[in-house]
Design a protein around this ligand. Structure first.
Ligand code: CAA
Length: 379
């Protein structure tokens, strides 16, 4: 077993770290206040090969293995998790094309995203179907060689700005997961309109909206996989995407530790630095061990995926564990900062608000435990 990063990974890590320091951190606090969507910075990340990393080289992309993608994501998230969520949501959205699409479909839809900057959105959740994917209601009806889609998607990252949407709909609600199909739909298709932008507690730099479908006509050649394969494409996509969510959480926790160490070394109480008290040291030690363990689980799940192996259990473990660690680490960071930590003058309250979302999106941590338990019963 070799834990050393090779030169290519070290270089990718350094590029992402520099990008976080020079481009993300300077705007993160402002975007958090205003909720502005920093499209120029997202585009710069793409220009450096830090976004849409899963597009294979044969379709013009950088084709990063999942391990490499996770190394980059951790660095970016140390800068701002909201901005990084917008970045990784492109990979989330392109995976249904890669996993369910034919070579021709990959060339047609992914090729242009490698050539020009195109923002993507993964449309699975609905107002009445978040955890229960098989209960989704977005209706697809056959009409000759086309499908007509009607309904609404909710909590869609990049929803208001996307150039391309991957969308899951049902041809037959009573068939639950067996009735679902996946589609790729470009922005500008009549009837597809972004709806209300959510006013979120954290990760305010990422754009989260409703997306409405009113008689959206989709040609059959935009269906990904066979009719009825949508659910499995969605599950396989989430298995592949969750290590990046875990890596993002590691980035948040690392920033919490970094800020806490600096503060504990400066702030004095009872005539000494607060970092000299064991009460503070134990919190710092727990953060550090949580970060290491989260990164190991993240890398293990990413490595399994790169080896072409089933990773549902490890991806769910990594996502669940790392995001719980991020929540605990950021909460402890606020505690270490005390009264200062509760104010917007210091960066840790943002980290805590941002971390909360990680336990909810891409499958709540309760759902991750369901996945882990089901996988255990298969073994
Ligand atoms: N890979 C392939 N196939 C899978 C699979 C996987 N990981 N998991 C399940 N399946 C198959 C099963 O084998 C079964 O197949 P058969 O019909 O052949 O038997 C079928 O799919 C149905 O499986 P289940 O019975 O397990 O399905 P379920 O309805 O009980 O639901 C669930 C399972 C795990 C709870 C699922 O609904 C789920 O993952 N929910 C969470 C959804 C989620 O993560 N949403 C996040 C949205 S994206 C987002 O948040 C991103 C963002 O904006 C940033």
């Amino acid at each position: 077993m070799d834990f050393e990063l090779d030169d290519a990974l070290l270089s990718l890590q350094a590029t992402a770290r520099r990008f976080a320091d020079e481009e993300i951190i300077p705007i993160a606090a402002e975007c958090d206040v205003t909720g502005d969507f920093p499209i120029d910075v997202l585009k710069k990340a793409w220009e450096l090969g830090l976004s849409h990393t899963g597009i294979p080289e044969e379709f013009g992309g950088v084709g990063l293995p999942v391990v490499a993608a996770c190394i980059g994501v951790e660095e970016l998230a140390r800068g701002c998790s909201g901005i990084t969520t917008s970045i990784i949501s492109n990979d989330l959205a392109l995976n249904p094309i890669l996993l369910g699409g034919s070579d021709d479909q990959c060339r047609e839809w992914l090729g242009p995203c490698a050539e020009d900057y195109k923002l993507m959105a993964f449309c699975l959740s609905e107002p009445g179907a978040g955890s229960d994917v098989a209960g989704l209601q977005l209706q697809a009806q056959r009409d000759g060689g086309d499908y007509i889609l009607n309904g609404t998607k909710a909590w869609i990252t990049n929803g208001g700005y996307a150039d391309l949407y991957t969308v899951f709909a049902t041809l037959d609600r009573s068939s639950r997961h067996k009735g679902m199909s996946a589609f790729v739909i470009p922005a500008g298709t009549p009837g597809l309109t972004p709806g209300r932008k959510e006013d979120k507690m954290g990760q305010r730099a990422s754009d989260t909206t409703l997306v409405h479908f009113d008689d959206v006509r989709v040609p059959e050649r935009q269906r990904l996989g066979a009719e009825g394969e949508g659910f499995k494409i969605a599950m396989a996509t989430l298995d592949r995407a969750r290590p990046q969510v875990a890596a993002l959480a590691v980035g948040i926790a690392r920033r919490a530790l970094e800020e806490s160490l600096a503060y504990a070394g400066e702030r004095k109480a009872f005539g000494q630095q607060i970092g000299d008290f064991q009460a503070i040291q134990f919190m710092l030690a727990d953060m550090a061990k949580g970060i290491e363990a989260s990164r190991l689980l993240t890398m293990q799940s990413a490595w399994l995926l790169d080896a072409g192996r089933r990773a549902a259990k490890q991806s769910a473990m990594a996502k669940c564990f790392a995001t719980d660690v991020a929540m605990e680490a950021t909460t402890d960071a606020v505690q270490i900062f005390g009264g200062n930590g509760y104010t917007r003058e210091y960066p840790v309250e943002k980290l805590m608000r941002d971390a909360k979302l990680m336990q909810i999106y891409e499958g709540t941590n309760q759902i991750q435990r369901v996945v882990i338990a089901r996988e255990l019963s298969r073994e």
